[in-house]
Design a protein around this ligand. Structure first.
Ligand code: ADP
Ligand code: MG
Length: 689
């Protein structure tokens, strides 16, 4: 059993006691099937009279027919693993179900209810006769529901935890200092754990449902508090690290600004000042620039680079793709042209020979500015005096890759940029150790991008529209969702569509990019598109990041409902970069009343990346929003970044204040103890304890 538990990182009694239920079965208000009322969240108990896969048109449904002495109802699932469902539910089982009651064709049902098996059937059990279907409950009250541990039955798990709780709960240390606990009216750890696993009978059902019982509030606070404490420590250790101060004279800045092909926006100037104040300190800067697509982060990065270069340092700028690195390189040549800086472009496109030569020169310090892809972190690349590291679209890089580039300097200043607007909710936690600068203003003269949702019926009109735009000398993108080979969905795939479009617009050159296009070919196509040799680019989402083709004015997104809002926003940001009117057309087969359509409506209503991100986050949750495991999102056991945002803010305030007051964490030993155990690997706690 220990082995099974270890798979869930449960290795001690403490871990088990901290294995929180993710919900409860509230059996205090158990209703008969006949008593259920549509529209309410209710609980009932019954026997499975039949179960299996049914079809409603093309949709597969897993359906259970549940009965008790008063009536029958059905339980339905859409999108399920048939094998798993068939193995889980058997005719004759007694189950408690909880969910929102709905009505369908005059019959009572629950869609995706929570089901708890309370009486199993052995394989040869006969289904009992009708009169015997009244199920009985052995354990009424509020029952915790734990997420499954493979190989251990739900009931066993519940029993184990229940048995360990009483004798051991008082041994679990309380990391929250008493001052804070009392001030914020939080109950002690052991009380909270008892309550979390076994809520007292008078607990309000609503509080339980919403994770707002005093026990939850306290545990959620603790989790955030520890997380923020870790971030506060990490941030402080960076702030204390010795670094080299970079001084920037304001006359220089004025002169640099004069040398630019355009005038900086107020937001760009403000962010530059924040950066210059920061790098003047004798500690490394660790700063994130957030700005919507097209807000002009690059030029800010270039001027920051210039400041470091003037002070005798080299600067490395790393971008996630070859095209982006190249674009930065060309841009730098253009924007910093008047400064006559030798600069190098280091990507895997170089021949081994070219690479070796470039590396040798970088090593000698002949290039003050080196721009590249992850080729920059190759072992052979070294700098004599790397003082500044700039990372574009930093969410594309893992923590280790970022660290590897930093290692090439001696505590260099670090500037990272991201075009994915991240709601404050999240940026505070994933980038909690970074200082934040926000460019919240777009350069003047940007066209509003007209966004429309269109259906299959308008396809002809769409092609016609593309034709007029291209004839006017503009360019267009048509983007498809990435089709996984395993997926057997009848999405019109990019290849087929590019052929269809070509037939309709035979006089134009159409490029095709998809997941399986070899990298060199991809580069060639992107380059031709940038050069205007290709009029229309059909692609899967590979163009998503940072590409700047000002002449492209139309972005068509097929199956728009399959994209996240932030992704759509990124894609839309590829147009509207020049002076012509631009369009974003969201093609979708879903009907106006569908939730997916409503979601797309957000795109029509606003162009504000932060608003879109908030909405996206709300709809998809933080994990999907950020997309990767590498994103730095903490593994939270009980707290939820969105649901519990107000508690997070409170916890952050208290954590940062505590560090000020007790920098070595001597005042409340359990805090240091828990922090060390929980965050040691994740956060550098080198300078405490
Ligand atoms: P992003 O923030 O998405 O990286 P870029 O830095 O690529 O945006 O800038 C988008 C475009 O806007 C570029 O073509 C850039 O030259 C231009 N640009 C940046 N700042 C200004 C400005 N202050 N005025 C006019 N154009 C600007
Ligand atoms: Mg950019």
């Amino acid at each position: 059993m220990a082995g099974l538990l270890a798979q869930k990182q449960i290795e001690s009694v403490e871990d088990l006691l901290l294995y929180y239920p993710y919900r409860y079965l509230d059996q205090r208000n158990l209703l008969k099937i006949k008593e259920l009322v549509p529209g309410q969240q209710q609980v009932t108990v019954g026997k499975i009279a039949a179960c299996g896969v049914a079809y409603a048109g093309k949709r597969r449904i897993f359906e259970i027919l549940l009965v008790d002495s008063t009536g029958a109802m059905s339980l339905k699932w859409f999108g399920f693993y048939q094998k798993q469902m068939m193995a889980m539910y058997k005719k004759g089982m007694v189950v408690i179900v909880s969910g929102t009651v709905t009505e369908f064709r005059k019959k009572i049902q629950m869609i995706h209810p929570i089901v708890q098996v309370i009486e199993d059937v052995s394989a040869d059990d006969e289904v009992k006769p009708e009169e015997d279907i009244e199920p009985t409950l052995k354990a009424p009250g509020i029952v915790p529901v734990y997420s499954q541990v493979a190989g251990i039955g739900t009931r066993s798990l519940r029993r184990i935890i229940a048995r360990l709780l009483e004798p051991f709960v008082s041994l679990v240390p309380d990391p929250i200092p008493e001052d804070i606990r009392v001030k914020l009216n939080l109950i002690p750890k052991n009380e909270a754990l008892l309550e979390v696993h076994h809520p007292s009978p008078e607990t309000s059902a609503e509080d339980l449902e919403k994770f707002r019982t005093p026990a939850f509030r306290r545990e959620i606070f603790e989790e955030f508090f520890l997380m923020e404490m870790g971030l506060a420590l990490k941030r402080r250790s960076v702030k204390r690290e010795a670094g080299t101060s970079i001084q920037v004279a304001s006359e220089n800045v004025d002169a640099w600004k004069q040398g630019l092909p355009f005038q900086l926006t107020g937001a760009q100037c403000r962010v530059l000042e924040e950066i210059f104040a920061d790098i003047a300190q004798p500690h490394p800067m660790n700063r994130l620039i957030q700005g919507d697509v097209g807000s002009g982060k690059t030029v800010v990065a270039f001027l920051t680079a210039l400041a470091a270069i003037e002070n005798g340092f080299q600067v490395a700028l790393m971008a996630p793709t070859e095209i982006l690195a190249e674009q930065h390189y060309l841009n730098a040549r253009k924007i910093l042209g008047s400064f006559k800086l030798p600069m190098a472009l280091l990507t895997s496109r170089l021949t081994p020979d070219e690479k070796r030569r470039a590396q040798a020169r970088i090593k000698k310090g002949l290039f003050p500015l080196v721009i590249g892809t992850h080729a920059l972190i190759a072992e052979k690349v070294s700098f004599p005096n790397l003082g500044m590291v700039i990372i574009d679209e930093q969410h594309r890089f893992g923590v280790l890759q970022r660290a590897a580039l930093k290692e090439k300097g001696n505590h260099p200043h670090v500037l990272v940029m991201t075009a994915t607007p991240i709601p404050r909710t999240l940026s505070m936690t994933i980038y909690g150790d970074l200082d934040l600068s926000v460019i919240d203003e777009l350069p003047p003269g940007r066209q509003k991008i007209q966004t429309k949702i269109i259906g299959e019926k308008q396809r002809r009109g769409l092609y016609q529209f593309l034709k007029t735009r291209i004839e006017a000398g503009e360019q267009a993108y048509v983007v498809y969702p990435l089709v996984e080979e395993s997926e057997k969905l009848d999405l019109k795939d990019a290849t087929q569509m590019s052929e269809e479009i070509q037939r309709f617009l035979p006089e134009f050159r159409i490029g095709l990019l998809h997941g399986r296009t070899p990298p060199e070919e991809k580069e060639t196509i992107m380059r031709s598109f940038k050069a205007g040799d290709i009029h229309l680019l059909v692609s899967t989402t590979v163009i998503e990041v940072g590409i700047d083709v000002p002449n492209a004015t139309v972005m068509v997104i097929e199956h728009a409902e399959r994209f996240g809002l932030s992704q759509l926003h990124q894609l839309r940001g590829r147009v509207g970069r020049g002076h012509q009117a631009s369009y974003c057309l969201l093609m979708t087969p879903v009907g106006k009343t569908a939730p997916a359509y409503q979601r797309l409506q957000v795109m029509v209503e606003t162009e504000d990346g932060f608003k879109i991100a908030e909405e996206d986050l709300r709809l998809r949750g933080p994990g999907d929003f950020l997309g990767t495991r590498q994103s730095g999102l903490p593994d939270l056991r009980i707290a939820n970044l969105i649901r519990d945002y107000s508690i997070l803010k409170e916890a952050r305030k208290e954590a940062f204040a505590w560090i000020e007051k007790d920098p070595h964490l001597m005042m409340h030993p359990p805090l240091l103890d828990v922090l060390k155990r929980r965050w040691k690997e994740k956060l550098a706690l080198a300078d405490v304890g």
